[in-house]
Design a protein around this ligand. Structure first.
Ligand code: PRT
Ligand code: ZN
Length: 210
């Protein structure tokens, strides 16, 4: 039986559950449960923090997962991606205080930047030849400039209203993300076949939605 890890509660949860249901897979879900078994497909669903999903799939604790590409790439396992799922689209962007001068990425030389994505941001800056001081924090990144923790930030943006509300201006897109299906790279032949069935159904759902 395939084990699929999805986010327990957060921005990915509802769309992940809806996608599985629309694939014609039936299961009971209750918010207190940490796992559930489908009744008409060889699938067990595990509910986890999104940050834990790439590592669990890499280690084979779960066979499959649904997670944001931002979390997958930051975890260092981009090779686990099987296909994009088209929801939870967002971008990882650099932002500076509204009044700060900014002409190009070179203006970030030597600047302190708060982020929860040190790997993606570090790779991006290195590619641009920029050396900055990264401060890794796990949340509330947008308030870092106003409390004097950093001069710039790099965080997930979707509508942009959080940046605006914190007096920040988006200046560069570092990474574009959506939810992706990921899979362990050493699945048995039987599980590989079940994965292909699942992908076939997911693709049909996405075609029908268009
Ligand atoms: O508890 P757990 O660790 O599982 O969840 P989490 O809190 O780490 O993640 P969660 O549920 O917030 O987000 C899960 C995934 O959704 C992210 O990894 C992204 O792939 C995706 N996603 C899509 C987003 C957003 N849109 C988004 N807007 N993740 C976060 N945000 C944040 C953003 O950082 C900002 O602070 O939402 C705020 C509002 O954004 P604006 O631009 O619309 O104002
Ligand atoms: Zn998380």
């Amino acid at each position: 039986m395939l084990r699929l890890a999805i986010q327990k509660s957060g921005r990915l949860s509802e769309d992940s559950l809806n996608l599985i249901r629309e694939c014609g897979i039936n299961f009971l879900s209750a918010s207190y449960k940490l796992k559930t078994e489908a009744t008409n497909f060889p699938l067990e669903i595990l509910y986890l923090r999104d940050d834990d999903i790439p590592g669990y799939v890499q280690d084979g604790v779960a066979d499959l997962g649904i997670v944001g590409q931002n979390v997958l790439v930051e975890a260092g396992f981009p090779e686990l991606e099987v296909e994009g799922l088209g929801f939870s689209k967002c971008r990882l962007s650099l932002a500076v205080p509204r009044a700060a001068a900014y002409d190009s990425i070179q203006d970030l030389q030597g600047v302190s930047i708060a982020t929860s994505y040190p790997k993606i941001l570090g790779d991006y800056l290195a590619g641009q030849g920029v050396r900055a001081n990264l401060h890794t924090i796990s949340g509330s990144v947008e308030i870092a400039p106003s409390i004097g923790l950093a001069e710039a930030i790099c965080d997930i943006v979707s509508s942009g209203s959080t940046l605006l509300g914190n007096g920040l201006r988006e200046v560069e897109t570092v990474f574009r993300s959506e939810a992706v299906l990921i899979a362990n790279q050493t699945l048995s032949a039987e599980k590989q076949e079940q994965l292909e069935q699942l992908q076939f159904r997911m693709q049909a759902v996405r075609r029908a939605r268009r």
